[in-house]
Design a protein around this ligand. Structure first.
Ligand SMILES: C[S@@+](CC[C@H](N)C(=O)[O-])C[C@H]1O[C@@H](n2cnc3c(N)ncnc32)[C@H](O)[C@@H]1O
Length: 221
């Protein structure tokens, strides 16, 4: 994978914010951000008082919405983009971490949950899942809300969007190799209209046809 183009990412962030988009996700379960976040939180099932590492946190909006529903949770907001981190919420339950999720400055077995939401396709999935497993307590959870590919050409999708979209089975395999057992996982119909509109502008809308949102919950053995 090409290294993340921070300048392009930060330009895209400014455009998203100008368009009123604070959740920087390709697929949503509801037109309403609160409902989307609540659905993901219910599926994640973090234990009472859990510390969640939000891997590739954007501007921290998903964590902020989850915190509104579950004030007992604390969040480590991990991101390579300083500009996005500066836009993250400031309150005692959030800690900002300027870091690469392939090599987290977090000690072993520290957190209860690592969540990736529209983020793992910008990372090397097999390496970040190992890193997630390392920082998780035994019995901890890795939670994914990520694009998966039912078929189609991963290379062409990556060439156009820079995102590398795996199949469900590939993600499950990388997780298993990291010692993470699938608790449950499924693909779900979701709203990709914003992302679809951007691809339509460049004549590439069809690239999204074999792409679905997958919800996957893994437990560290
Ligand atoms: C599409 S955005 C998703 C943001 C966020 N999860 C949300 O739901 O709004 C992907 C995020 O991953 C971050 N990212 C990409 N590669 C990263 C890496 N290697 N380490 C840390 N963050 C990374 C980007 O800066 C961006 O914040």
């Amino acid at each position: 994978m090409k290294p993340l183009d921070i300048t392009a990412l930060e330009t895209a962030t400014r455009m998203a914010l100008a368009g009123g988009h604070r959740l920087l996700q390709t697929h949503k379960l509801s037109a309403n951000d609160e409902s989307h976040a609540w659905y993901l939180l219910k599926a994640m099932q973090p234990p009472e008082g859990a510390m969640i590492l939000d891997a590739g946190c954007g501007i921290g909006e998903l964590s902020r919405l989850m915190s509104e529903k579950r004030p007992d949770l604390t969040f480590i907001l991990a991101n390579l983009s300083l500009m996005q981190l500066e836009l993250c919420p400031v309150a005692p339950q959030y800690r900002r971490l300027h870091a690469d999720c392939h090599d987290l400055p977090v000690r072993d077995e520290m957190v209860d949950v690592v969540m990736f939401a529209s983020a793992i396709s910008q990372m090397e999935a097999k390496f970040v899942l190992h890193e997630a497993a390392r920082v998780l307590k035994p019995g901890g959870v890795v939670f994914l809300a990520e694009m998966v590919r039912l078929g189609g050409d991963a290379a062409e999708f990556e060439r156009v969007t820079t995102a590398h979209v795996h199949t469900f089975a590939e993600l499950e395999g990388y997780a298993a190799a990291a010692g993470l057992k699938l608790d449950f996982g499924f693909t779900v119909d979701s709203d990709d209209s914003h992302f679809r509109g951007l691809l339509r502008e460049i004549g590439q809308e069809a690239l999204l046809d074999p792409i679905r949102l997958a919800i996957m919950r893994f437990i560290k053995g």
